[in-house]
Design a protein around this ligand. Structure first.
Ligand SMILES: *[C@@H]1O[C@H](CO)[C@@H](O)[C@H](O)[C@H]1NC(C)=O
Ligand SMILES: *[C@@H]1O[C@H](CO)[C@@H](O)[C@H](O)[C@H]1NC(C)=O
Ligand SMILES: *[C@@H]1O[C@H](CO)[C@@H](O)[C@H](O)[C@H]1NC(C)=O
Ligand SMILES: *[C@@H]1O[C@H](CO)[C@@H](O)[C@H](O)[C@H]1NC(C)=O
Ligand SMILES: *[C@@H]1O[C@H](CO)[C@@H](O)[C@H](O)[C@H]1NC(C)=O
Ligand SMILES: *[C@@H]1O[C@H](CO)[C@@H](O)[C@H](O)[C@H]1NC(C)=O
Ligand SMILES: *[C@@H]1O[C@H](CO)[C@@H](O)[C@H](O)[C@H]1NC(C)=O
Length: 381
């Protein structure tokens, strides 16, 4: 009893401390603020008024959508910043920012870094890309990478040192279509300055992530950038899934905060979808034969799910006992894999259905069960 009380005493004051921030994206529509931005900022102001633990704001870009997007004026900037400055609970909060595609169309790439910072003290943008290690409590910190994804997308960089393969242009085509429709906000990946700055960004990223490895105070690792990697409108952003995603996976980042698409969503890419030795582009399959792969930390041969949780793909193509088809463990797929075997020759799958349970068993030619999935009908309990 005394031990418990002591624990509570020791733990509570520390665990009560936290780092809190708000993330906002795609807000700088200065052409007509009576639309979305005003309502969002009013809501944010009122939210912060009752949540004084919020210590700062992070903008995931598109800070300035202006009429003349190559040459925004200080009037555009002042109007955008007044969204914060006109509001009691937002006016003193730091805004850590990065550029979005609409900011990247500005002729002077350092306009937001230099000019906004000079005039507006809460605007925090020390560079096109930079890192911060924010204190949580008790010396523990959150590392945050602020990445310019315009540069990252167009970078003359490849995660795979042995590959000089051109990036897939399918997405580029669709982004082009997208921006032709709206007529602005298009990245200029053909610009060699952008490609080279992108290369520098990746060098910085590798160095920074290495230095994070040797910082025991870092409990969590986030990155902040404009463009999402995964999308439900056009295809995934292949230059990011190819080159940025594997770097972030290597360093086990926790959150990827982004905007760009004008919706809100959550998606994820489990670490266990790639093997630790993976060194090629994720969009460029590194394929292997003769494998049994467990896509998790546990090499369990049995899994249990509740009915209604997922549609389960049950694959059994090895009955013919032919040579196995190679598999490419890192390839992004919408299906979350748990187990795969292309080593066994021959075999079959036993599906057993009862009202309260389905059991699926993969059996090899020796009649041994090599994997099992249970699906429970919890309405029966
Ligand atoms: C601005 O947006 C509001 C809300 O959508 C609309 O009612 C108004 O007409 C717009 N004003 C201009 C000048 O476009
Ligand atoms: C944008 O502003 C610049 C500098 O004032 C000017 O040269 C350019 O023509 C403008 N572009 C548009 C589309 O108005
Ligand atoms: C931004 O600052 C630079 C000096 O650093 C200045 O030459 C330029 O005119 C400023 N841009 C605007 C739109 O005020
Ligand atoms: C902030 O207040 C000023 C002065 O009242 C006003 O001109 C400006 O439009 C306001 N900004 C926004 C974004 O509403
Ligand atoms: C990906 O990068 C390549 C090489 O820099 C570039 O040509 C291509 O346009 C980029 N793709 C997209 C979708 O932006
Ligand atoms: C991109 O990198 C490759 C290999 O380092 C180099 O040969 C090429 O000239 C670079 N292109 C640009 C535009 O920097
Ligand atoms: C590519 O080369 C750099 C520099 O030698 C190295 O740090 C990095 O780990 C290599 N990347 C991969 C995926 O092997």
């Amino acid at each position: 009893m005394r031990q418990v009380a002591l624990l509570v005493l020791l733990v509570l004051p520390f665990s009560a401390l936290s780092l809190d921030f708000l993330v906002l994206g795609d807000f700088g529509w200065t052409l007509n603020l009576t639309n979305g931005p005003i309502q969002s900022f009013d809501a944010m102001d009122s939210y912060v008024s009752t949540h004084n633990e919020i210590s700062f704001l992070i903008s995931v870009g598109d800070n300035l959508y202006v009429k003349n997007e190559t040459d925004p004026t200080m009037e555009d900037v002042n109007l955008m910043m007044s969204l914060f400055e006109n509001r009691t609970h937002l006016k003193d909060k730091y805004i850590w920012g990065i550029r979005g595609n609409h900011d990247c169309t500005q002729r002077d790439p350092w306009f937001e870094v230099d000019n906004i910072t000079r005039e507006h003290p809460t605007w925090r943008m020390p560079g096109l890309y930079y890192e911060k290690r924010f204190e949580i409590a008790g010396g523990k910190r959150v590392g945050v990478l602020f990445i310019d994804s315009c540069l990252a997308i167009c970078a003359n960089y490849s995660f795979d040192n042995n590959s000089n393969t051109q990036h897939d242009s399918a997405n580029n085509f669709m982004e082009d279509e997208d921006h032709r429709h709206f007529g602005f906000g298009k990245l200029n990946c053909g610009d060699s300055w952008i490609q080279q700055e992108g290369q520098k960004l990746y060098t910085w990223l590798e160095t920074t992530l290495n230095s994070w490895e040797s910082d025991p105070s870092l409990v969590w690792k986030f990155s902040v950038q404009h463009h999402p990697m995964f999308d439900k409108y056009i295809t995934d952003e292949l230059n990011l899934t190819s080159n940025l995603l594997p770097l972030l996976l290597q360093s086990k980042l926790d959150l990827y905060l982004c905007g760009h698409k004008h919706y809100a969503s959550h998606s994820y890419y489990p670490y266990d979808q790639v093997t630790p030795t993976h060194t090629t582009l994720l969009s460029q399959p590194h394929c292997v034969s003769e494998q049994e792969l467990f896509f998790s930390n546990y090499q369990l041969r049995e899994e249990t799910y509740l009915k209604g949780y997922a549609l389960h793909q049950i694959l059994q193509g090895s009955t013919g006992g032919f040579d196995s088809t190679p598999v490419c463990p890192g390839t992004p797929t919408m299906g979350r894999y748990t187990w795969l075997n292309n080593r066994e020759r021959g075999g079959f799958t036993h599906v057993s259905v009862k009202e309260d349970k389905i059991i699926v068993k993969w059996i090899n030619v020796k009649g041994e069960e090599i994997y099992r999935v249970n699906i429970l009908n919890d309405q029966m309990f």
